[in-house]
Structures are given as structure tokens and as C-alpha cells.
Design a protein around this ligand. Structure first.
Ligand code: BDR
Ligand code: CA
Length: 307
């Protein structure tokens, strides 16, 4: 049976792909949106737009428009001002189902067995839900998130964007005690990259979705080329979906991971206890390797299935 998930996202080029991928391999009960790559109004419209293009009727609930304590931070360099810069933007003819993502998460988890939360943006909505309704933690099948890094960050030398943008929320999630917490951090996602051949393959397919995603990838890869001199761009967010749907394609290492919320140089750093013989009990399955070629085939096949 397909896993039941709530996808909590801030589309975002890679979030858009995660939405499309998830609908081919999961029972997506709902999509919740959060301020992150772009302001909430954009990330919400972007989620609706991706659903519209894909012909998906999944309810979309808008959530937090700012982190718990810090001012909102966005990622226009990677995703543009709209969060989905690149291809022509179709006219949106959909609206949200609700504007209380946190209430939706709580209600769904309380009334549905074995739900996975899959957060692929800043963790504000998930943290608010856990804080308001701690009872949901033990009802969850698990949390599979894209966030953090065991090695270098991408916003600062120590921090990855989703955790850096709302470190207090990330700290609540990592400390929640949820029985299964899977982490797809930068060490993993940088093994899973889109290159020109992937773009060409999508561009050769008929249909609005492959064409739109090819346009997204063009913009996204150009940014990585310019900023970092890379010829392939990490496709972060689909990894958190794959960690639920195809865990056999990933390798995990159990670790105790916590989040630095205040450090001048280390705010938003995910700190993994890697001491040999440590007595810190693991709270997290850190994904450390991915079968990138098999996983990329799955993603491309999912995108082409919308043709
Ligand atoms: C994460 O930050 C965002 O820019 C991406 O969508 C991804 O979720 C990578 O650091
Ligand atoms: Ca994201």
C-alpha cells in the first residue's frame, strides 16, 4: 500500500519535483505550505500551480508566513523572486482549501493511522503542530525531512537553508521523540543531481509538466553553474520523498542529531554526534548514500508519466 503522507513544502524548483514525484508513489493526503524559498503567498500559489499542471486534486493548506522567532528569509538566488522562476507561468485557476496548515496537520494525524510528515522547507508548520498537539508525535509513521547537513552548509559554511531559516522549529522537530526521523541532508542531496541530459530528456517529452519542469531545471542549473561552477544541480527535496517510498535506494546511519539555534557562526547547524562509543542515543536516521542513477530514473519516469 502506498504510504500516506502530508507534504509540507515551500516550492521551490525541487519542491515542485517532489510534489509531482510524491503523487506517483504515495497517497498524498494534503500539501501544506510555508514561508521559505519565497514568501508564503508565492509558495502557496506555486504549490497550487504544480497541482494544476499535474491535474492533481490534493488539498493545499497555507501555513506559517514566518519562522517561529526570526524574520523571514528567502532564497531568490536559487529559486528567483517568485520561488519558481524560469518557465512561463500559467494562469492559476485554483485556490487553497484552507489557511490553517497546522490545524490540518493536527487533525489529519489524529484521525488517520500511519501518516508520514514529509517536510521539505523550513520546519515551522511541523514544529507548531508538535508544540500545539504533542500527542500527534506518537501517532505518526514518521517524519522524513530534507534539511541540515553533516558536512558543509549551503547558506553559511555550517548551515543548510531549511534548518537555518527556522532553527528553533528544526530543533523542536529533531527533539520531538518521533519514533522514525529520516534526514536527507546536503551530504546526500549533493549525490543526486540534475544535469543537461536530464533537462534534454524532459524537454523532448510532450505535455505541460515535462516542459514546465525542463524550464524549471534550466533556470535552476544555470544558477548553480553561475554561483558554484557546477555542471549538475542537487535535487534536494525529492530525496525526502524517496526516503519514504524507496528506502532501499538509500543508506542510513543512526545518529544523535541536534540543532544549533544561537551560534554566531553556527546558527542552523545540524550537529551529529559521531564520537565512537558515544552514549547519546540516536534520534535520527541520517541518509548518507543514494543510488543516484536508479533514483533519477524513478524521478524522470514519474515526471514523464504526466506527459
Ligand atoms: C533546501 O532549500 C531550498 O532552497 C530547497 O527547496 C531545499 O528544500 C536545500 O537547502
Ligand atoms: Ca524546499
Amino acid at each position: 500500500m502506498a504510504p500516506k503522507i502530508i507534504l509540507d513544502c515551500d516550492p521551490g524548483h525541487d519542491d515542485a519535483v517532489a510534489i509531482l514525484l510524491a503523487h506517483r508513489h504515495c497517497d498524498v493526503i494534503g500539501i501544506t505550505t510555508v514561508s521559505g524559498n519565497a514568501p508564503l503567498a508565492y509558495t502557496t500559489d506555486n504549490a497550487l500551480l504544480v497541482c494544476q499542471l499535474g491535474g492533481l486534486d490534493t488539498p493545499v493548506h497555507a501555513g506559517a508566513d514566518r519562522p517561529l522567532l526570526l524574520p523571514p528569509q528567502h532564497a531568490p538566488r536559487a529559486h528567483g523572486e517568485t520561488g519558481l522562476d524560469g518557465p512561463p507561468r500559467p494562469i492559476l485557476d485554483r485556490t487553497v482549501t484552507g489557511r490553517d496548515a497546522v490545524g490540518f496537520i493536527i487533525e489529519t494525524v489524529r484521525t488517520t493511522e500511519d501518516v508520514w510528515l514529509v517536510p521539505i522547507g523550513p520546519l515551522t508548520n511541523v514544529a507548531l503542530a508538535i508544540r500545539q498537539a504533542p500527542d500527534i508525535v506518537e501517532r505518526l509513521a514518521g517524519v522524513s525531512l530534507m534539511g541540515g547537513a553533516i558536512g558543509p552548509g549551503n547558506v553559511t559554511s555550517t548551515a543548510e537553508f531549511n534548518v537555518w531559516a527556522d532553527p528553533h522549529a528544526a530543533s523542536i522537530v529533531y527533539r520531538s521523540g518521533v519514533s522514525v526521523l529520516r534526514m536527507a541532508g546536503l551530504d546526500l542531496t549533493h549525490q543526486f543531481c540534475v544535469d543537461q541530459s536530464t533537462i534534454d530528456r524532459l524537454a523532448s517529452q510532450p505535455g505541460a509538466v515535462p516542459q514546465f519542469v525542463a524550464g524549471l531545471f534550466d533556470f535552476y542549473l544555470a544558477g548553480y553553474r553561475e554561483r558554484a561552477g557546477l555542471s549538475a544541480a542537487p535535487l534536494h527535496d525529492p530525496c525526502a520523498v524517496l526516503a519514504v517510498t524507496h528506502p532501499e535506494l538509500l543508506e542510513f546511519t543512526a545518529r544523535h542529531v541536534d540543532v544549533e539555534t544561537t551560534g554566531a557562526l553556527t546558527r542552523g547547524m545540524t550537529v551529529a554526534d559521531e564520537r565512537p562509543g558515544t552514549d547519546a542515543a540516536p534520534n535520527c536516521d541520517v541518509a548518507s548514500r543514494i543510488d543516484a542513477s536508479e533514483a533519477m530514473s524513478l524521478v524522470v519516469d514519474a515526471l514523464c508519466s504526466y506527459a
